[in-house]
Design a protein around this ligand. Structure first.
Ligand SMILES: Cc1cc2nc3c(=O)[nH]c(=O)nc-3n(C[C@H](O)[C@H](O)[C@H](O)COP(=O)(O)O)c2cc1C
Length: 166
Protein backbone atom coordinates (compact mmCIF):
# COMPACT_ATOMS: atom_id res chain seq x y z
CA UNK A 1 0.00 0.00 0.00
CA UNK A 2 1.36 3.39 -0.88
CA UNK A 3 0.17 5.90 1.65
CA UNK A 4 0.75 9.46 0.59
CA UNK A 5 2.35 11.59 3.26
CA UNK A 6 2.99 15.03 1.96
CA UNK A 7 4.30 14.75 -1.55
CA UNK A 8 7.03 12.17 -1.36
CA UNK A 9 6.93 9.80 1.62
CA UNK A 10 5.32 6.40 1.31
CA UNK A 11 4.79 3.36 3.55
CA UNK A 12 5.31 -0.17 2.31
CA UNK A 13 2.87 -2.69 3.73
CA UNK A 14 3.16 -6.45 4.23
CA UNK A 15 0.40 -8.85 5.24
CA UNK A 16 1.72 -11.96 7.01
CA UNK A 17 -0.44 -14.80 8.24
CA UNK A 18 -0.48 -18.26 9.74
CA UNK A 19 -3.42 -20.50 8.86
CA UNK A 20 -4.11 -24.21 9.14
CA UNK A 21 -7.67 -24.56 7.86
CA UNK A 22 -7.82 -21.54 5.56
CA UNK A 23 -9.94 -19.07 7.54
CA UNK A 24 -7.13 -16.65 8.34
CA UNK A 25 -5.74 -17.08 4.83
CA UNK A 26 -9.07 -15.95 3.36
CA UNK A 27 -8.96 -12.74 5.40
CA UNK A 28 -5.26 -12.19 4.69
CA UNK A 29 -5.74 -12.45 0.93
CA UNK A 30 -8.56 -9.90 0.93
CA UNK A 31 -6.67 -7.58 3.27
CA UNK A 32 -3.56 -7.68 1.07
CA UNK A 33 -5.72 -6.83 -1.93
CA UNK A 34 -7.46 -3.83 -0.41
CA UNK A 35 -4.27 -2.56 1.24
CA UNK A 36 -2.27 -3.10 -1.96
CA UNK A 37 0.19 -5.01 0.22
CA UNK A 38 2.55 -7.91 -0.31
CA UNK A 39 1.41 -11.22 1.20
CA UNK A 40 3.63 -13.75 2.98
CA UNK A 41 2.63 -16.95 4.77
CA UNK A 42 4.14 -18.07 8.08
CA UNK A 43 4.58 -21.78 7.45
CA UNK A 44 5.52 -24.32 10.13
CA UNK A 45 8.53 -26.56 9.50
CA UNK A 46 6.27 -29.41 10.58
CA UNK A 47 2.69 -28.95 9.36
CA UNK A 48 -0.16 -29.44 11.83
CA UNK A 49 -2.14 -32.56 10.98
CA UNK A 50 -5.04 -34.57 12.34
CA UNK A 51 -5.15 -35.16 16.08
CA UNK A 52 -2.22 -32.77 16.63
CA UNK A 53 -4.90 -30.08 16.44
CA UNK A 54 -7.16 -31.65 19.09
CA UNK A 55 -7.50 -28.89 21.68
CA UNK A 56 -9.52 -31.15 23.96
CA UNK A 57 -6.63 -33.59 24.32
CA UNK A 58 -4.20 -32.17 26.85
CA UNK A 59 -1.40 -34.24 25.32
CA UNK A 60 -1.97 -33.05 21.75
CA UNK A 61 0.72 -31.06 19.96
CA UNK A 62 -1.22 -27.80 20.14
CA UNK A 63 -1.92 -28.20 23.86
CA UNK A 64 1.69 -29.04 24.69
CA UNK A 65 2.97 -26.11 22.63
CA UNK A 66 0.54 -23.75 24.32
CA UNK A 67 1.22 -25.00 27.84
CA UNK A 68 5.01 -24.87 27.41
CA UNK A 69 5.00 -21.48 25.63
CA UNK A 70 6.80 -23.23 22.76
CA UNK A 71 8.35 -21.62 19.69
CA UNK A 72 7.51 -23.99 16.82
CA UNK A 73 10.04 -23.76 14.00
CA UNK A 74 9.12 -22.00 10.78
CA UNK A 75 9.68 -23.71 7.43
CA UNK A 76 11.40 -20.59 6.10
CA UNK A 77 12.09 -17.09 7.40
CA UNK A 78 9.55 -14.35 6.67
CA UNK A 79 11.58 -11.21 6.16
CA UNK A 80 10.01 -7.87 7.06
CA UNK A 81 13.06 -5.71 6.35
CA UNK A 82 11.53 -3.94 3.34
CA UNK A 83 8.32 -2.88 5.07
CA UNK A 84 7.07 -0.07 7.30
CA UNK A 85 3.75 -1.66 8.28
CA UNK A 86 3.28 -5.37 8.95
CA UNK A 87 -0.13 -6.96 9.45
CA UNK A 88 0.08 -10.25 11.35
CA UNK A 89 -2.86 -12.66 11.04
CA UNK A 90 -3.49 -15.82 13.03
CA UNK A 91 -6.15 -18.19 14.31
CA UNK A 92 -6.98 -17.82 17.99
CA UNK A 93 -5.89 -21.00 19.73
CA UNK A 94 -6.82 -21.14 23.40
CA UNK A 95 -7.81 -17.49 23.16
CA UNK A 96 -4.39 -16.31 21.96
CA UNK A 97 -2.27 -16.40 18.81
CA UNK A 98 -0.92 -19.79 17.77
CA UNK A 99 2.58 -20.09 19.23
CA UNK A 100 4.35 -19.94 15.86
CA UNK A 101 3.34 -16.29 15.61
CA UNK A 102 5.69 -15.66 18.55
CA UNK A 103 8.46 -17.52 16.69
CA UNK A 104 7.94 -15.19 13.74
CA UNK A 105 7.76 -11.97 15.74
CA UNK A 106 10.92 -12.81 17.69
CA UNK A 107 12.80 -13.69 14.48
CA UNK A 108 12.66 -10.19 13.00
CA UNK A 109 13.73 -6.68 13.94
CA UNK A 110 10.60 -4.54 14.15
CA UNK A 111 12.28 -1.34 15.31
CA UNK A 112 10.69 1.58 13.49
CA UNK A 113 7.88 -0.57 12.11
CA UNK A 114 4.16 -0.70 12.87
CA UNK A 115 2.45 -4.02 13.59
CA UNK A 116 -1.30 -4.56 13.32
CA UNK A 117 -2.81 -7.94 14.21
CA UNK A 118 -5.94 -9.62 12.88
CA UNK A 119 -7.41 -12.98 13.77
CA UNK A 120 -10.11 -15.53 13.06
CA UNK A 121 -11.72 -17.78 15.65
CA UNK A 122 -14.75 -19.86 16.48
CA UNK A 123 -16.02 -17.11 18.77
CA UNK A 124 -13.17 -15.63 20.83
CA UNK A 125 -12.45 -11.97 20.23
CA UNK A 126 -10.04 -10.51 22.75
CA UNK A 127 -6.81 -12.18 21.60
CA UNK A 128 -7.23 -10.58 18.18
CA UNK A 129 -6.13 -7.23 19.61
CA UNK A 130 -2.57 -8.55 19.78
CA UNK A 131 -1.78 -7.17 23.23
CA UNK A 132 -0.46 -10.50 24.48
CA UNK A 133 2.15 -10.41 21.70
CA UNK A 134 3.66 -7.00 22.38
CA UNK A 135 6.53 -8.52 24.38
CA UNK A 136 7.63 -10.50 21.31
CA UNK A 137 8.36 -7.32 19.36
CA UNK A 138 8.81 -4.61 21.97
CA UNK A 139 10.40 -2.11 19.58
CA UNK A 140 7.42 -2.06 17.22
CA UNK A 141 4.62 0.47 17.30
CA UNK A 142 1.54 -1.66 17.87
CA UNK A 143 -1.97 -0.81 16.72
CA UNK A 144 -5.00 -2.60 18.14
CA UNK A 145 -5.96 -5.62 16.07
CA UNK A 146 -9.38 -7.05 15.27
CA UNK A 147 -11.20 -10.35 14.75
CA UNK A 148 -12.83 -11.00 11.39
CA UNK A 149 -14.85 -13.85 9.98
CA UNK A 150 -13.49 -15.52 6.82
CA UNK A 151 -16.35 -14.10 4.75
CA UNK A 152 -15.57 -10.49 5.71
CA UNK A 153 -16.10 -8.15 2.78
CA UNK A 154 -13.29 -6.26 1.12
CA UNK A 155 -15.23 -3.06 1.87
CA UNK A 156 -15.16 -3.78 5.62
CA UNK A 157 -11.45 -4.46 5.51
CA UNK A 158 -10.79 -1.33 3.45
CA UNK A 159 -12.74 0.75 5.97
CA UNK A 160 -10.69 -0.75 8.82
CA UNK A 161 -7.41 0.03 7.07
CA UNK A 162 -8.61 3.59 6.58
CA UNK A 163 -9.56 3.91 10.24
CA UNK A 164 -6.15 2.65 11.35
CA UNK A 165 -4.70 5.81 9.85
CA UNK A 166 -1.39 4.19 9.09
C1 LIG B 1 -5.97 -25.86 18.82
C2 LIG B 1 -7.12 -24.95 18.54
C3 LIG B 1 -7.56 -24.07 19.53
C4 LIG B 1 -8.63 -23.21 19.29
N1 LIG B 1 -9.01 -22.35 20.28
C5 LIG B 1 -10.01 -21.47 20.03
C6 LIG B 1 -10.42 -20.54 21.04
O1 LIG B 1 -9.86 -20.48 22.13
N2 LIG B 1 -11.47 -19.71 20.75
C7 LIG B 1 -12.13 -19.76 19.56
O2 LIG B 1 -13.05 -19.00 19.38
N3 LIG B 1 -11.76 -20.63 18.58
C8 LIG B 1 -10.72 -21.47 18.79
N4 LIG B 1 -10.32 -22.34 17.79
C9 LIG B 1 -10.93 -22.24 16.45
C10 LIG B 1 -10.03 -21.45 15.47
O3 LIG B 1 -9.62 -20.22 16.04
C11 LIG B 1 -10.76 -21.15 14.17
O4 LIG B 1 -11.24 -22.33 13.59
C12 LIG B 1 -9.86 -20.37 13.19
O5 LIG B 1 -10.66 -19.62 12.31
C13 LIG B 1 -8.95 -21.28 12.40
O6 LIG B 1 -8.16 -20.49 11.54
P1 LIG B 1 -7.42 -21.10 10.27
O7 LIG B 1 -8.47 -21.71 9.37
O8 LIG B 1 -6.77 -19.91 9.62
O9 LIG B 1 -6.43 -22.11 10.74
C14 LIG B 1 -9.27 -23.23 18.02
C15 LIG B 1 -8.84 -24.14 17.04
C16 LIG B 1 -7.78 -24.98 17.28
C17 LIG B 1 -7.31 -25.93 16.21
Amino acid sequence: MIIEKGNFMADKVLVTYFSVTGNTRAVAQKLAKVANADLKEIKPAKPYVGSELDYEDEKSRVNVEHNTDARPQMAAPVDVGDYDVVFVGYPLWFGVAAQIVRTFLESQDFAGKTIVTFATSGSSVEGANGEHLHGCAPKATWKTGRRFTPDVSEATLAQWVKELGL
